[in-house]
Design a protein. Structure first.
Length: 276
């Protein structure tokens, strides 16, 4: 029996030795090693991503935000966020302002126009949180809003929110929240399709031409009611066809004026041609 086992072992060794000398052995081993290494790195990098921001120390988050700020923001706002000729100081604006401006894609600006337009954000949520932490570390300011604070579905009042919106917001954003024109080439954007936290942050920070609605002016409970009305209006079906911006007789009158004037000009040209 022992001799048979020795013969089996020797045969196996010889077989492995023969395969080792095969001309495809080295490439096969290299490919196997690369696949194993890549899979290891993929698993190692994927596992902690979901909780990276939760487990990142605040000092590390601020350092990361400072690095991002130096690369993408300092050319306009200054190396220390002190502001420059083309951009204001960010000292004291708080994390809420950064989360709104960067989270809605308004910053960095696409061009130096009168107003920063909403667009797809350049930075992801982790980078935005790092930027907000860095700016918040410079001086106290309004904190960013989290989902736990947005209890408008439970604590908001739709009727009260509509009244508050018409009193405080409709003069710029129009009574249906569709936005409207302002002076000097500026405009109030639509509030439809905007995340609830960004609307709340806009109320407490006052971006661009918008005033700041402090908790003394509009209480947190009233802000939640405004959010509930906006989301209710946003989901309301449009049964009348084309909305025309929901600005009422303004766009409707312009449409009738344009079509009516064009029809009158056409009739005048036709009568003139017929008279000849």
């Amino acid at each position: 029996m022992r001799e048979l086992k020795k013969l089996d072992v020797n045969a196996g060794v010889k077989r492995l030795s023969r395969y080792r000398r095969h001309r495809y052995a080295a490439p096969a081993l290299l490919i196997t090693a690369l696949i194993s290494l890549g899979a290891t790195f993929q698993v190692a990098s994927a596992l902690p991503n979901s909780s990276r921001m939760e487990s990142t120390p605040k000092s590390t988050l601020i350092e990361e935000g400072a690095r991002i700020f130096a690369q993408g923001c300092s050319s306009c706002h200054g190396l220390n966020a002190e502001g420059a000729g083309i951009a204001p100081s960010l000292i004291g604006v708080g994390a809420a302002s950064v989360d709104f401006q960067v989270g809605t894609g308004r910053m960095p600006m696409a061009d130096m126009s009168q107003q920063a337009m909403r667009k797809d954000p350049i930075y992801n949520e982790e980078e935005t949180a790092a930027l907000a932490a860095y700016v918040a570390s410079l001086a106290p300011g309004p904190a960013a809003i989290n989902e736990a604070q947005l209890t408008y579905e439970r604590d908001g009042n739709t009727a009260e929110g509509g009244e508050l919106f018409r009193t405080n917001c409709a003069m710029c954003h129009n009574f249906a929240g569709q936005g409207g024109a302002l002076t000097q080439g500026k405009y109030a954007p639509t509030v439809m399709g905007v995340e609830a936290k960004h609307i709340y942050e806009a109320m407490i920070t006052g971006p661009q031409s918008m005033p700041v609605f402090s908790d003394k002016t509009i209480t947190p409970e009233e802000k939640l009611s405004i959010l509930k009305w906006i989301k209710s209006a946003e989901s309301e079906p449009n049964l009348g066809g084309a909305t025309l911006g929901r600005t009422g007789p303004v766009t409707e009158g312009l449409l009738v004026w344009t079509l009516g004037l064009g029809l009158l000009i056409g009739i005048a040209v036709w009568l003139t041609a017929k008279a000849r």
